[in-house]
Structures are given as C-alpha cells and as structure tokens.
Ligand binder design. Structure first.
Ligand code: ZN
Length: 270
C-alpha cells in the first residue's frame, strides 16, 4: 500500500533542523504538486533562497515545504502522484500535501483570528495572541469488506462520480462512537444491512483525504435486502469473484482488500 516504503524508512518525529542543500523541497497549490520533473523533487539548492518548513525525513533525507513555487515547476496532479514510480516519492508527495494543506488552513487562530506560529517542540501551531494550540487534522474512517454465506463481496459505486470501478462501504467515524460502531453504522446507512463478526484487518494513512483508514472484514446474511443510500451510492450489490475486475495495484486499502477477495485470499469462512 502507499505507506509501504521498505527498504526506505519514514521518520515523522518532529525535529526541525537546518536543511542540507541536497534535501528536498515540496511545493503545492490547491490542487497540484510542483516538482523539478516528474518523479523528481526540487532540492533545497534548486528551490533558491526562501523560508522552508520542516516536514519529515525518509532515510537520511529531509523534506521541507516551500511556498514560493519556482517558475519552472512541473505540475503533478493527485492522480499523477498515485502513479509515481518510486514508492518513497509517492508517499512523500501525498504526505507532504496533507501537511501543506493543514499549515495553509491554520494560518490564523480559530478562536481569536490572530496569526499562528510553529510550536517550538511539537508538530503543532500556536496562536501568537491567545495561546490556542492546534494539531494536525487526521480523520478516522473505515473501509469495510462485507462477505455473505455464498462467499460474495458487497461492492458499491459512488453517486456523482463518473467512474465505474467498484469500491467498498466506507465512511468517517462520528463523535462518540467506537471504530467498530462506525463499521456497523456505515454498512447499515449505505446498504441497509446488519453485520456480524466485525474483524479488524489493517490500517492505512490516506493523506489524499486527511484520513486514517481502518480496514475491517465482517459478515452479513444474504437474505437481507440490499438498499443503497441513494444520496451516497448509485449502486450497492453482492458480487462474485468472477464478475469483479481485480485491481491492478494495491496503493489503496480498498484495492488491497478487493484484490485479496479476487485472488481467493479472503473467504467468508476465513
Ligand atoms: Zn488565538
């Protein structure tokens, strides 16, 4: 998945330090990442003189956020980030974008409106006037693989998107519920099904939407009617292995789980 960088190692400890000339600088606007060329970030030297914000390190290389996009920047969309060849570049690009968005959206205090500054010791922003501290926004959400006793997988398609590939039930946690209750509620809301045997599978940081995704498998009896929530979904149905197209990659937790089912690595009983 997108966070699997082995043999590279991601370090997100907050230790701001002076950049080396060969460290990388990431630039973003609202929709694009700007690189030196595709799959190649600007170095500090190439970025030129400007204020840099420390983001994280991968192996011994540090990554910084720059705000003055160089004129010759090569624009890469979110879809372009997903297809970058080097796993560490994909991950750095999207993780940096989440941080860049958070810094951008918290330039001013939500309490008193004064400017925010970097907290001296942790990844946080602190109001220069009232002292309000805010931490990075990470929203917990679930991806749910529901199987029935015929060993079919519950698949969905989102409403309002011009895409025909299948997804799984997914949704954000609400305040006051456990993550297992999120699973139960989201499946019920989106498809009308009651589920059982909720089992945690894997987790994935999904910076495309500021989320931390929790993948679960669970079971539902096929005698229940599937009733898609028409506001969210244009389709929800049980599918056999034969009718599903096995996703090409396992970048996302959703494609990873659908691939597992397609390849027969996941069954109703196991
Ligand atoms: Zn304030």
């Amino acid at each position: 998945m997108i966070q699997d960088l082995y043999p590279h190692v991601y370090h997100n400890e907050y230790h701001p330090h002076e950049p080396d000339q060969n460290d990388f600088v990431l630039f973003y606007d609202e929709t694009m990442l700007y690189c030196k060329s595709y799959d190649r970030f600007f170095t500090v030297k190439e970025a030129g003189e400007q204020d840099l914000t420390y983001l994280f390190s991968i192996d011994d290389r540090s990554y910084y956020l720059g705000l003055q996009i160089p004129e010759n920047g090569y624009a890469v969309s979110s879809a372009g980030i997903r297809t970058m060849a080097a796993a560490e570049n994909r991950f750095a690009a999207i993780t940096g974008r989440q941080l860049a968005g958070w810094y951008h959206d918290h330039r001013f205090c939500g309490v008193c409106g004064h400017t925010m500054r970097h907290h001296p010791v942790e990844r946080a922003l602190e109001c220069t006037h009232c002292g309000k501290i805010v931490y990075p926004t990470i929203m917990p959400a679930v991806i749910v693989g529901v199987l029935n006793e015929k060993d079919q997988l519950l698949v969905t398609q989102y409403a309002g998107r011009n895409q025909n590939h299948y997804a799984l039930v997914a949704g954000f946690a609400e305040i006051g519920e456990t993550i297992e209750e999120t699973v139960r509620r989201e499946v019920k809301e989106e498809t009308g099904l009651d589920v059982s045997d909720i089992t945690y599978f894997k987790c994935q940081p999904w910076s495309f939407s500021d989320t931390l995704l929790f993948g679960f498998w669970c079971k539902a009896d096929s005698s229940q009617p599937v009733v898609p929530d028409e506001q969210e979904l244009k389709l929800a149905k049980w599918a056999d292995r034969e009718e599903l197209e096995c996703p090409d990659d396992s970048i996302s937790l959703t494609s990873h789980m659908i691939r597992m089912y397609c390849k027969g690595e996941k069954h109703y009983g196991s």
